[in-house]
Design a protein around this ligand. Structure first.
Ligand SMILES: O=C(O)[C@@H](CO)OP(=O)(O)O
Length: 212
């Protein structure tokens, strides 16, 4: 359930993972590949927008990554909200975690080449990076400064939408919720899912809602 937000509360941050991409559907490691949304992915983004619209959300500012699947998901969400005129700012710091040599590989092929345990470690651990790619720690290191410099100050003045990616949002959620490396291993964000944070004036988080 998304929080019913008829009450005039401000200082909220809404995180949405983009809808299903063509690479997601094909079981490919994606990372920085610019894979477009599938029809199902468009519907997931529209559904997230409709759920927010039912609760009368209006955003002051929106941010997306520079990748098409997040940009288009953001557009679909804002159209569903009746905010087609709100143009999201695009930040490369919100781009997906770089999967390096795994990018574009079929997950079954990667398991066969490196072993399923190693692949799962690269996918979900905090500190281990795939060859020539980023660890989640690397992603935290680039996303948190962007969040602190460009997103949090805007959240303090109104409601903000961020549309980005599974692993880059895991990195941001880790920082927001002060998760341990062990806890973040179990964090999964499905396509089109929504997480909402409400902040106090001192920038601490007062409440959180998850709409899987
Ligand atoms: O391929 C990717 O970039 C990511 C997210 O889609 O996949 P996963 O986190 O499931 O390994």
């Amino acid at each position: 359930m998304i929080h019913d937000c008829k009450a005039p509360v401000t200082r909220r941050l809404v995180l949405v993972r983009h809808g299903q991409s063509v690479a997601n559907r094909s079981g490919l490691f994606t990372g920085l590949l610019d894979s477009p949304l599938t029809e199902q992915g468009r519907m997931e983004a529209e559904a997230a927008g409709r759920r927010l619209a039912e609760r009368r959300w209006r955003f002051s500012v929106a941010f997306t990554s520079t990748l098409t699947r997040a940009v288009v998901s953001g557009r679909l969400i804002l159209d569903a909200l009746g905010q087609p005129g709100l143009i999201p700012q695009r930040f490369a710091a919100l781009d997906e975690r770089d999967y390096g040599d795994l990018s574009g590989l079929d997950k079954t092929t990667a398991d066969a080449r490196w072993g399923a345990v190693r692949i799962e470690t690269w996918r979900r651990s905090y500190a281990e990076a795939p060859p020539n790619g980023e660890s989640l720690r690397d992603t935290v290191a680039r996303i948190v400064p962007c969040y602190l410099r460009s997103i949090l100050p805007v959240v303090m003045g109104g409601d903000v939408l961020v549309v980005a990616h599974g692993n880059c949002l895991r990195a941001l959620v880790m920082a927001l919720e002060d998760l341990s490396p062990a806890e973040v291993e179990d964090l999964e964000l499905t396509t089109g899912s929504v997480r909402i944070y409400e902040f106090a004036a001192d920038t601490t988080i007062k409440a959180r809602w998850i709409d899987a």
